[in-house]
Design a protein around this ligand. Structure first.
Ligand SMILES: Nc1ncnc2c1ncn2[C@@H]1O[C@H](COP(=O)(O)OP(=O)(O)OP(=O)(O)O)[C@@H](O)[C@H]1O
Ligand SMILES: [Mg+2]
Length: 167
């Protein structure tokens, strides 16, 4: 007898998808292009939170959102600084990847100038200069590299499965 409801029986001849149980793309990567505007860091936080929820990594949301906010804010400032006279700032690009034991947040901006290598905490009265210090404190590692077609990437990583905290 034929089954009703349109559901097709699994094809016994179809090759099994060995070792892969989860739906969705095998590579946990998402990217976005953000206009150099005030709302961009919020947008980046939202995309990161959605990606982490989809990937089953909700524990990385808090440090991840802090890091992506600081990197995107800096990239937008750099894009404004790098805009040649008479032109507008370019959008910035964000890549978020989970793999090889790390969540990696990578942000491109068009300014070839690198960020400071060893950011230190500014004095109590300073109103700025804390962003990269926070990134360096939260991330397991961070750095930057020139982009092949100009500008640079600044990136920061968090372990996917942090070890137990020492007490
Ligand atoms: N993507 C970048 N490209 C070029 N220079 C950068 C970049 N990110 C940071 N910098 C430089 O490093 C400095 C320190 O960055 P940091 O984020 O720590 O502080 P800030 O952006 O000045 O202030 P805030 O505390 O609001 O983040 C910046 O002022 C800028 O000169
Ligand atoms: Mg900053």
């Amino acid at each position: 007898m034929q089954a009703h409801g349109g559901a097709e029986a699994p094809d016994a001849r179809a090759p099994a998808r060995a070792g892969r149980q989860l739906p969705g793309p095998a590579t946990r990567t998402t990217g976005l292009i953000l206009g150099p505007v005030e709302t961009a860091p919020r947008c980046a936080r939202g995309i990161l939170a959605a990606a982490l929820a989809q990937w089953g990594l909700p524990g990385l949301r808090e440090p991840g959102e802090e890091i992506i906010s600081e990197l995107v804010t800096n990239a937008i400032a750099a894009s404004h600084r790098a805009a040649p006279p008479g032109t507008g700032p370019l959008p910035v690009t964000v890549w978020i990847t989970a793999g090889n034991g790390e969540l990696c947040i990578r942000v491109w901006d068009p300014d070839p100038a690198p960020p400071p290598a060893d950011p230190s905490l500014p004095g109590d009265l300073a109103e700025s200069g804390r962003g990269l210090f926070i990134v360096a404190a939260l991330a397991s590692r961070w750095s930057w590299h020139p982009a092949p077609s100009g500008g640079k990437y600044v990136w920061a990583a968090l372990p996917l499965h942090p070890g137990p905290h020492a007490t």
